[in-house]
Design a binder for this molecule. Structure first.
Ligand SMILES: Nc1nc2c(c(=O)[nH]1)N[C@H]1C(S)=C(S)[C@@H](COP(=O)(O)OP(=O)(O)OC[C@H]3O[C@@H](n4cnc5c(=O)[nH]c(N)nc54)[C@H](O)[C@@H]3O)O[C@H]1N2
Ligand SMILES: Nc1nc2c(c(=O)[nH]1)N[C@H]1C(S)=C(S)[C@@H](COP(=O)(O)OP(=O)(O)OC[C@H]3O[C@@H](n4cnc5c(=O)[nH]c(N)nc54)[C@H](O)[C@@H]3O)O[C@H]1N2
Ligand SMILES: [Mo]
Length: 752
């Protein structure tokens, strides 16, 4: 039933706690629920597979170090339900393809390898050995290894990621696209050029000491709920918090901490001191204007605003930047941002007052055409006041998947630097290819050309997460073989190549026991902390393999003679993998020893954060001069952002409740400002088609219900992945190739 009510003004609190346990009990039953929640994010336990928000060190941990949405992610994985053999026998792949993503996920865990033979209509069970032989047959038949693609989603552990890229490179390709290409690639691209590291430069402690935290283009109340506890601490320490968002996301407006009794009742903490309801794509203009105002204030009272000694000793490009930013077209800034000059000036005053400022961001910034320039503009503003490499300050991109950052450290990248590849070759006595591979967007284009022969995915749901859904599906269907290593069924298993394999794997919560004994894996969180993760639940079926076991088994069939790689030993003893990672991956030196010495894990070094050393082309943090870009719209056109509801993890739909935004029982909605509805002659509750118009090509998402909502004027929002049909694989962020998922030009066509 569709039910739209007033959006909620506060996040978390009692409803959140109840929701976690309700979902958990339903999926797992009381025993497993207790067992699981006790071990989540605790020392000796497992890392929550949901977001990449860091865990506090063990001194400061709460008994329940998890959030409502982490609990859902775990319950989803630790469910007692299993997809029975009969399901595959009774449903052809064509029939499976008609089952919704939501229903597919609810069927339960998959437990045995399933093969769709060429010409067959149904998947059938196969043994592991035969499954590996099928993959080997296809891969060995390719004349050019670059006709195969090896995708990775960000739940894969460090150990599995390291072996996976080793396998792909031993096979002969750098075609290693990953979810990061669609996620924080813009952050990595911008930051590595200007501060010398693609990773964020703020730890949890640093965040809590901040005097000003600006949260831009991020919805932490839903997507990184544990972040709110730390924002609350910063706030109690006297810091102020500003949100920059076209939507009034409730987590930032009012937050009730479920981990402290005080948060359970009453009004909660008002987190955001200022909310700037920015127009989609207006952020570059905002930060350009902030930089301008800081320069102006410094000129009016020299020596009071900028950190001149930092600028002189640690940065380059200041002259160029300040000259570029001396003049500002305020009319353009107001149009671009939809904000009043006074609001921007108020925020500038907060910057001037603050001695330590952190800027956090996520997909609201990275998934734009000019995301890289926008993030550089943010760095400009931070550098002006020396806000990097000191307590309470720095750039803080908040990563998405729980180990997406670790995967990149392990070599999951289509253009890994030669220094890494040289070390890899030396370690394993082979020669990995040096020709760059393809990223996610390039993979979509190659699928469009029908030029991918084998598509292999280590997790994720490529068929739904990518732009141009129909094109991707057509391309996947033209592959000779598609293979998915997964925990549960999703669309990528029903949109298949001529042959297809589903390989079930253990998840984070599952106990992983090899002949060498119980095994743990590691992950790296958003702030560069590495720690162990150990599952404690009996696996769904005895014959199941871990991701590591699957890669090692496969490698023994495909590349047994390449280099000196002890695949069989790696499959048994994961500490042997960590020893090798320690000799190859940057920052992971003496990996195994450091893990053993630090029960709660350890923090990776970050030169800019720890020592104000910048590993850039001129060994300085770089100011950049960027031309102002924004997203003007023609009459009758709106800017669409595609975003997450409170009841999903990316393409996994847990339920149809977007509680904080007041939407129940449906996902096919589009949020529109009441004045825009009136201007367009549309009514709240009416049904429309959303039509995008990239480069003159129309794409359509049909039958969406209008929801009158306090979003910024001219800006509308609808859920991902239902709206990925509206995106184009050619509409990409400059420099990072991230598909544009925010800021699509659309019109709303009423349905008759
Ligand atoms: N429960 C749960 N947790 C998750 C996920 C999940 O799906 N569910 N996904 C994980 C992953 S992979 C990721 S990457 C993160 C995603 O975390 P978020 O980035 O928070 O995810 P989105 O839902 O895409 O939200 C984008 C936010 O940016 C705002 N926004 C959109 N356009 C603009 C703009 O032009 N300017 C500004 N300033 N703001 C804008 C939107 O209103 C929204 O608040 O969360 C991770 N954690
Ligand atoms: N329109 C639009 N598109 C987007 C985005 C957006 O905001 N808007 N966001 C983008 C972002 S930020 C991201 S990160 C991508 C996400 O893209 P993906 O990472 O490809 O997608 P997910 O939905 O996270 O993948 C879910 C699947 O992973 C599998 N899985 C879960 N746990 C495990 C595990 O432990 N091991 C293995 N092997 N498999 C597992 C399950 O089968 C599940 O169905 O989507 C991108 N696409
Ligand atoms: Mo992401």
């Amino acid at each position: 039933m569709v039910d739209i009510e007033q959006p909620q003004k506060k996040a978390a609190g009692v409803p959140a706690v109840l929701s976690s346990f309700k979902f958990g009990l339903h999926e797992m039953g009381p025993l497993r629920t207790g067992k699981v929640f006790q071990k989540m994010n605790q020392d000796g336990g497992f890392d929550c597979p949901s977001c990449a928000w860091p865990d506090p060190d063990h001194k400061r941990k709460h008994a329940a170090e998890f959030c409502e949405n982490g609990a859902k992610a775990v319950a989803w994985e630790a469910t007692r339900k299993r997809v029975p053999r009969a399901f595959f026998a009774e449903h052809s792949v064509a029939e499976m393809d008609r089952i919704s993503e939501f229903e597919l996920g609810k069927l339960g865990r998959i437990t045995e390898p399933m093969l769709l033979r060429a010409g067959a209509t149904h998947y059938e069970p196969v043994g592991w050995d035969e499954a590996f032989q099928v993959v080997a047959r296809h891969l060995k038949a390719l004349v050019d290894p670059n006709d195969a693609v090896f995708y990775t989603s960000g739940r894969t552990s460090n150990e599995a990621a390291f072996l996976y890229q080793l396998f792909a490179r031993a096979y002969g390709t750098n075609n290693l696209p990953d979810c990061s290409n669609m996620c924080h690639e813009s952050s990595g691209t911008a930051l590595s050029k200007v501060i010398g590291s693609g990773k964020g430069a703020v730890t949890l402690e640093m965040l809590e000491e901040s005097e000003l935290i600006v949260v831009v283009g991020q919805n932490p109340g839903t997507n990184a709920p544990r972040m709110l506890s730390h924002l609350e601490i910063a706030k109690r320490n006297g810091g102020s918090i500003v949100s920059v968002n076209p939507l009034p996301e409730p987590g930032l407006k009012r937050f009730m901490n479920p981990q402290r009794p005080r948060g359970w009742v009453g009004k909660g903490t008002e987190l955001a001191d200022q909310h700037l309801q920015i127009r989609i794509g207006g952020d570059q203009a905002l930060f350009l204007a902030l930089g301008h105002l800081l320069l102006e204030a410094e000129a009016a009272a020299p020596g009071t605003v900028l950190d001149k000694s930092f600028i002189e000793s640690h940065t380059s490009g200041f002259e160029l930047y300040s000259k570029h930013n001396a003049e500002l077209d305020w009319a353009a800034v107001e149009q671009a941002t939809g904000l009043r000059r006074a609001e921007i000036e108020e925020l500038a005053q907060r910057f001037i007052k603050s001695k330590a400022t952190v800027i956090c961001w996520a997909m609201g910034l990275t998934q734009h055409r000019d995301a890289v320039a926008t993030i550089r503009e943010i760095v400009n503003v931070l550098l002006l006041q020396g806000n990097i490499g000191k307590p309470g300050a720095g750039p803080c991109p908040v990563r998405g998947h729980s180990n997406v950052q670790g995967d990149r450290s392990m070599g999951i990248w289509e253009k890994m630097p030669d220094a890494f590849l040289d070390k890899l070759d030396r370690e394993f006595s082979f020669t990995s290819p040096r020709e760059h591979g393809i990223d996610a967007a390039a993979t979509v284009k190659r699928l469009r050309d029908g030029a991918v022969r084998v598509f292999f995915a280590m997790g994720g749901n490529f068929a739904m997460a990518t732009p141009d859904t129909e094109v991707v599906h057509r391309g996947l269907r033209e592959c000779d073989l598609t293979v998915h290593v997964s925990t549960k069924l999703n669309r990528s298993h029903t949109v298949t190549g001529r042959e297809a394999l589903i390989l079930p794997t253990l998840g984070r919560t599952d106990h992983d026991h090899t002949p060498a004994g119980p095994q743990s894996v590691t992950v790296e969180d958003s702030q560069g902390a590495v720690h162990l993760s150990t599952g404690n639940l009996t696996p769904p079926a005895p014959e199941m393999k871990s991701e590591i076991g699957i890669i090692c088994g496969l490698a023994q069939h495909v590349v047994p003679d390449v280099g000196q790689i002890p695949w069989a030993d790696f499959a048994d003893d994961y500490s042997l993998i960590r020893q090798r990672i320690g000799r190859v991956a940057d920052g992971y030196e003496d990996f195994e020893e450091r893990l053993r010495a630090n029960e709660g894990g350890f923090l990776l070094a970050h030169a800019a954060r720890d020592k104000r050393e910048f590993k850039t082309s001129d060994a300085r943090a770089q100011f950049t001069a960027n031309d102002l870009t924004w997203l003007p719209t023609a009459p009758g056109r709106l800017l669409l952002q595609t975003l997450r509801s409170h009841d999903q993890f990316n393409t996994t739909i847990y339920g149809l409740e977007d509680r904080y935004r007041g939407v129940h029982g449906t996902r096919e909605v589009v949020f529109v400002h009441p004045d825009d509805l009136a201007d367009l002659g549309l009514q709240d509750g009416q049904y429309v088609d959303i039509v995008s118009e990239f480069e003159g090509v129309e794409r359509r998402a049909s039958h969406f219900q209008l929801v009158s909502y306090p979003t910024a004027r001219g800006c509308v929002a609808a859920y991902y992945p239902e709206t990925n049909v509206l995106m184009s694989a050619d509409d990409l962020a400059k420099g990072s190739n991230t598909p544009v998922a925010k800021g699509l030009t659309v019109r709303l066509e009423p349905r008759s």
